[in-house]
Design a protein around this ligand. Structure first.
Ligand code: COA
Length: 266
């Protein structure tokens, strides 16, 4: 897709993208690389990271696969060090790694709740914390991918809603604490995004049509649209933005919770 941004906007910069092996994270990595950034892809599955890295290299970019679990602080810290050793610096961190599934709160296990909080919220803290010193050196920025579940009560996703709300609050706290270090911290909150594991998992065939019908703009987001919002935030156009969450939901949250109630079988 042709970009509305100036070409090579990120030339000379290095980005680390968690969840970079698939879906939204991979799309963001491709977009940042397409704008000249060298990218490090962090995720749990080496083969997926390798495939995205190969694709970026094939398109003339530079990419490094860093297999690690964002829940493991030591592994995250080692990955950040490796990214800096190999690619020379660190300007941009995108927290895209996430986990979610549909489960009623009354039967969700404590471990299931914790797993999602650990990946989404603790993982975002771990990566941001481990990258802070390098980002301060580069006067760089962080963008975390949240979701409308952070602010719109959504049945069967209390684990992800709590985690994403936590990330949006963490975004504001880190933005304030790190502003004088020159590190900006923002978030992007998409609704359903076409062609992602999220939609496959969370909008099962029977609910999918109702969820789609309800989006005021009449369709789900594309991965490119999420990547574009991230690119805006990390670019000079976003230089005065920090502590913000860009809502990217085609207007759905203007309506409050809706057909979601159907999912409760009420
Ligand atoms: N419904 C209810 N509970 C579930 C569940 C589901 N669909 N899937 C997992 N869990 C529970 C497990 O039962 C387990 O709890 P238990 O030990 O009490 O049984 C707990 O969650 C951890 O599951 P496990 O598979 O061991 O965790 P993991 O660390 O390997 O995986 C997940 C983490 C569960 C978030 C997994 O779905 C994942 O890796 N997702 C990543 C991709 C993704 O979700 N993408 C979409 C983002 S929108």
């Amino acid at each position: 897709m042709s970009s509305v941004f100036a070409p090579n906007l990120l030339a000379g910069q290095v980005a680390l993208v968690t969840g970079g092996g698939s879906g939204i994270g991979a799309g963001i990595a491709r977009t940042l690389a397409g704008q000249g950034a060298r990218v490090a892809l962090l995720g749990r599955t080496q083969a997926k990271l390798d495939a995205v890295a190969a694709e970026i290299r094939g398109a003339g970019g530079e990419a490094l696969a860093l297999p690690a679990d964002v829940r493991d602080y030591a592994a995250v810290e080692a990955s950040v060090s490796r990214a800096v050793e190999t690619l020379g610096r660190l300007d941009i961190v995108v927290n895209g790694a996430a986990g979610n599934f549909l489960a009623p709160a009354a039967s969700l296990s404590a471990n299931g709740f914790r797993a999602v909080i650990d990946i989404d919220l603790c993982g975002t803290f771990n990566v941001s914390r481990a990258a802070f010193a390098q980002l301060a050196k580069a006067r760089g920025s962080i963008v975390s991918i949240t979701a409308t579940q952070a602010s719109v009560p959504t049945p069967l996703q209390c684990h992800a809603g709590a985690a994403k709300a936590g990330i949006e609050k963490l975004t504001r706290d880190l933005a304030l604490e790190w502003a004088r270090s020159g590190v900006r911290v923002n978030a992007v909150a998409p609704g359903p995004v076409e062609g992602t594991e999220g939609v496959r998992r969370l909008a099962p065939a029977d609910a999918d049509a109702a969820v789609r019908r309800r989006v005021p703009l009449g369709r789900f987001a594309t991965i490119d649209e999420v990547s574009g919002a991230v690119l805006f935030l990390v670019s000079p156009a976003g230089a005065y933005m920090t502590g913000a969450t860009i809502l990217l939901d085609g207007g759905t949250s203007l309506l409050g919770p809706g057909p979601f109630l159907d999912m409760l079988g009420a």
